[in-house]
Design a protein around this ligand. Structure first.
Ligand code: SF4
Length: 239
């Protein structure tokens, strides 16, 4: 068993919002009474469905279902773009930032899923489909670029972007290989704090209504929903 806690952007974000929430949902072993399992929402299901349709269109040339026909122009533009395309790609790095298998459970230290990668000489594109309202979290794009530079050593420049499918809008951020130390510097101190929590098994619950960037934490927390958090700041907001 690994002596560290593997992380993804969403796992790190959950830790920063509330270590106790991460403990219940990802650290406590499955089957333990304190474990709270991830529940897929209707919005998540809808997001997966459109991701799958775009992936099949771009990688397998499968026509889009009629309800997604408005995305045909986007798919065709991607298909016509020069370069090698990869869709729904799972990548992981070990603690030495070497590429490893996504499911190498004792080795993978950080994991990402790229919805679309285009590799064209020293330039690459990493895009993330978004199905909801526009809310830009540029930090995740920094992690995409950081992992992308290790995964694809030929790349010198990576154009990352969220693609807001309901709004015909993209929000690009461009990163250069020379920026790698700063990119990792955005994550390492927080990841190290998470590892200290893991080593000491200290996962405090930190009740809060909204984070400084406006995220409602306790209101939509699965631990709150399951009735396992006596210190929640507000009642669970769903059903
Ligand atoms: S309800 Fe709030 S304090 Fe409790 S685990 Fe969830 S996020 Fe943390």
């Amino acid at each position: 068993m690994a002596d560290f806690l593997a992380w993804s952007y969403s796992r790190l974000k959950m830790f920063l919002n509330c270590p106790g929430q991460l403990w219940h949902t990802s650290v406590v072993p499955k089957g333990h009474p304190d474990r709270v399992e991830y529940v897929e929402t209707d919005a998540m299901r809808a997001g997966k469905e459109i991701d799958n349709a775009l992936t099949k269109r771009i990688s397998l040339k499968t026509p889009l279902p009629a309800k997604y026909a408005k995305h045909e122009a986007l798919c065709q533009m991607i298909i016509d773009h020069p370069g090698h395309k990869i869709t729904q790609a799972e990548f992981a790095l070990d603690q030495s930032l070497r590429s490893c298998g996504y499911r190498d459970w004792n080795t993978a230290w950080v994991r990402v899923i790229f919805d679309l990668v285009i590799l064209d000489g020293p330039r690459g594109w990493i895009w993330d489909w978004k199905n909801g309202k526009i809310s830009i979290d540029a930090k995740q794009l920094k992690l995409f670029a950081a992992v992308g530079f290790h995964q694809f050593p030929s790349l010198e420049v990576i154009d990352t972007s969220y693609v807001w499918l309901s709004h015909d809008h993209i929000s690009p951020e461009v990163y250069y290989r020379r920026e790698l130390p700063e990119l990792w510097g955005e994550f390492i101190p927080d990841v190290e704090r998470m590892q200290v929590s893991f080593r000491t098994q200290h996962w405090p619950k930190t009740p809060q209504n909204k984070t400084p960037d406006g995220v409602s934490v306790c209101k939509w927390c699965e631990v709150n929903k399951a009735g396992k958090c006596p210190v929640a700041a507000v009642a669970y907001g769903g059903r």
